[in-house]
Ligand binder design. Structure first.
Ligand code: ZN
Length: 379
């Protein structure tokens, strides 16, 4: 009888928290990953001495130096990130916790203020904060975001929405209608329509002048104007199924935003490094990290040609307590362990490329990333 009850509890737990249960099984065990087809990486050098007109901020959610070094090893000793010109370290703790989440971590980068755990785009009193999106648009620039996760997830919301509880998903999504953003690409259509409050957010966005393509094919046809693209009910497909979607969606955003002669600010997120870190799944985590690195390569290429675009790559915090314990550079093999199913406390890297890159050297608070971008863009 006791055995049956125990079985029932386990079955119930697996049903309720499948990722957590599997993550627990994987925790502290060595996981081996070999990248079957390493990708080529070319040298990309930006033009020197030009002024800064645009900033592309790229956030690998949960990406630490260990993720980058593991991905570098698996790709046989090369990454597009290696083209960066300056490196710094960011302290990620939030207002009321040592180990932050994407809500408070991303809010610090987006708004320049440390806030409480689980807050998005608000201060410790719950008051709305202006983000780099708002400051850029306030100065006549355009602003956009591109992510592969659902749009109520904390990182995109940190830049466009305001809520002291990141779990208030329906409220957060409705806040996009009030955002100053000009281009959005992400998942999460299911909370934009058929809502409990009866609102059709796609219609409200169209009334505000947005085009609302619901597929990649619809999006590519758009050549100008404001765009709010949500092709997926929740998240975009897994990295090996979606191909170079993040790079394409980001470059599409840049194509539209760069039509503004005053320049633009764009945030691009490698969204699911965090999810796969929580799952303690090295296979998916490396796929996502390599996808993010190839997206970085595509953005570096564009920025190098443009010459007036600064690209900053960083993270909001570390996820999984990832450790590389063995591997082989020639074989592209890594042996890793995870120490937690949550986030860990460690400074995260900041990589800068293009005009103004040298401003990002040193050790600083995560809020300084906001300060530096605001100053460099004269916002
Ligand atoms: Zn997380």
């Amino acid at each position: 009888m006791k055995k049956i009850r125990k079985c029932c509890v386990i079955v119930l737990l697996v049903v309720l928290f499948p990722a957590n249960i599997f993550a627990q099984e994987r925790r502290d065990k060595e996981q081996t990953y070999v990248l079957e087809n390493p990708y080529e990486v070319n040298k990309i050098t930006p033009l020197q001495g030009k002024k800064i007109k645009n900033v592309v901020l790229m956030i690998g959610d949960g990406m630490s130096l260990m993720h980058v070094y593991s991905a570098w090893t698996a790709n046989c000793g090369k990454l597009f990130l290696d083209n960066c010109q300056a490196v710094g370290l960011s302290k990620t703790y939030c207002a009321n916790k040592l180990i932050t989440d994407s809500g408070a971590g991303g809010t610090a980068i987006a708004t320049g203020q440390k806030t409480n755990y689980h807050s998005v785009g608000v201060d410790v009193e719950g008051r709305p904060l202006k983000s780099l999106v708002d400051f850029a648009v306030g100065k006549g620039k355009s602003a956009g975001i591109a992510v592969t996760c659902r749009l109520w997830d904390a990182t995109p919301a940190d830049f466009c929405c305001h809520n002291k509880d990141r779990d208030a998903e329906a409220e957060i999504v409705a806040d996009y209608v009030n955002s100053n953003v000009d281009y959005v690409f992400g998942g999460g259509a299911k909370l934009f329509e058929n809502r409990e409050d009866g609102r059709d957010l796609f219609k409200e966005l169209r009334d505000k002048g947005f085009q609302t393509p619901r597929s990649w094919d619809e999006l590519v046809k758009i050549k100008s104007g404001k765009v709010f693209a949500v092709p997926y009910p929740v998240d975009a497909p897994l990295p090996d199924e979606r191909g170079d979607l993040l790079a394409r969606a980001s470059l599409k955003g840049i194509e539209l935003l760069s039509q503004n002669d005053n320049g633009f600010f764009m945030m691009i997120e490698g969204s699911q490094l965090d999810d796969y870190g929580h799952f303690n799944d090295i296979n998916l985590l490396m796929q996502e990290t390599h996808d993010f690195d190839r997206t970085i390569g595509a953005i570096y290429e564009w920025a190098a040609k443009d010459g007036e675009t600064l690209v900053v790559v960083t993270a909001d915090h570390e996820t999984g307590g990832l450790t590389l314990v063995d591997g082989d550079l020639k074989e592209g093999k890594i042996v890793c362990k995870f120490s937690t199913g949550g986030h860990s406390g460690v400074m995260v890297p900041v990589y800068a490329f293009g005009p103004g890159a040298q401003e990002f050297t040193g050790i600083y608070e995560n809020t300084a990333i906001f300060d530096k971008i605001k100053k460099l863009l004269n916002l």
